[in-house]
Write a protein that binds this ligand. Structure first.
Ligand SMILES: [Zn+2]
Length: 272
């Protein structure tokens, strides 16, 4: 069957697993290689202008768009309900920072991946938009643990060299907490959640989080993020957000198709 015909087969099935009925899910699982994309985020402050759920919203939007893209390529794919809590110690002291411990997060993500595999999905692809290093390490540990126990899991990680270099200048500089990168992505996905009057008036905060972390600073206050953002939120636009989603969707789709042996990895394996 061609990709077009397969895409048509799932057109009436919701892109979000949580919106599917039992019959819809059975239809997806009957696909040749059913893929489920698991969004991981956090609940934490994102400047004065973005919602606490920003990271989960971005991961979910990427997962939904990637599921659509994979269906268009002939694969059965769906976006799982998000894991919306993470390790968020950097934002401590600001209202709305809800952190969980690393062992709890690792165990929970591992169990969710195992559950999705047990339900019949051939591949679980994890996508994450909370980039605090301890949180990313916890996600990696969960993916590795699930790979050992049930296999069929991949982490589409934009922090790797292969994918990070495809993203925006601000992202690559590491000055990207609730700046133009994340603001653009929320504007493109959920414009009604951006406080536009505040965003347009915010001054640039030229502080690289990655450099501050290397200097041993481990929270926003020590880094000088007095309003829980860094970067250039006033430069954000929905158009820039759409272009970023295209790159992030390509990352997820490529990681899935390569993990299933349906696409060749790049000739020169990219170093992390
Ligand atoms: Zn974020």
């Amino acid at each position: 069957m061609s990709g077009d015909a397969l895409g048509a087969r799932w057109r009436s099935v919701a892109l979000a697993l949580g919106e599917c009925t039992m019959a819809d899910c059975a239809e997806l699982l009957a696909g040749p290689t059913p893929i489920v994309i698991l969004p991981v985020g956090s609940t934490e402050p994102h400047g004065p202008h973005l919602p606490l759920a920003t990271d989960a919203i971005l991961s979910e939007e990427c997962a939904r768009r990637a599921a659509r893209s994979l269906r268009e390529r002939g694969a059965s794919a769906v976006c799982a309900p998000a894991i919306a809590y993470g390790v968020t110690r950097y934002a401590e002291g600001f209202a709305g920072a809800i952190t969980v411990s690393e062992p709890a997060l690792v165990a929970y993500i591992t169990a969710v991946i195992e559950g999705l595999r047990g339900a019949g999905f051939a591949l679980v692809c994890v996508t994450n938009h909370h980039l605090e290093p301890e949180h990313v390490t916890a996600v990696e540990r969960a993916v590795n643990a699930a790979r050992d126990s049930v296999g069929g899991v991949v982490f589409a990680n934009q922090l790797t060299r292969r994918w990070g270099r495809t993203l925006s200048h601000e992202f690559k500089r590491g000055a990207c907490h609730a700046g133009s990168y994340e603001s653009s992505l929320v504007q493109a996905a959920r414009p009604e959640l951006v406080r536009e009057d505040l965003r347009a008036a915010l001054p640039d905060v030229d502080i690289s989080l990655s450099a501050a972390i290397r200097e041993g600073k481990h929270n926003f206050a020590a880094m000088g993020l007095t309003m829980a953002y860094a970067g250039e939120p006033r430069e954000a636009s929905a158009t820039a957000g759409e272009a970023l989603y295209d790159k992030l969707v390509e990352m997820i789709a490529a990681e899935c198709l390569e993990a299933l042996g349906l696409a060749a990895p790049p000739a020169e394996p990219a170093k992390k």
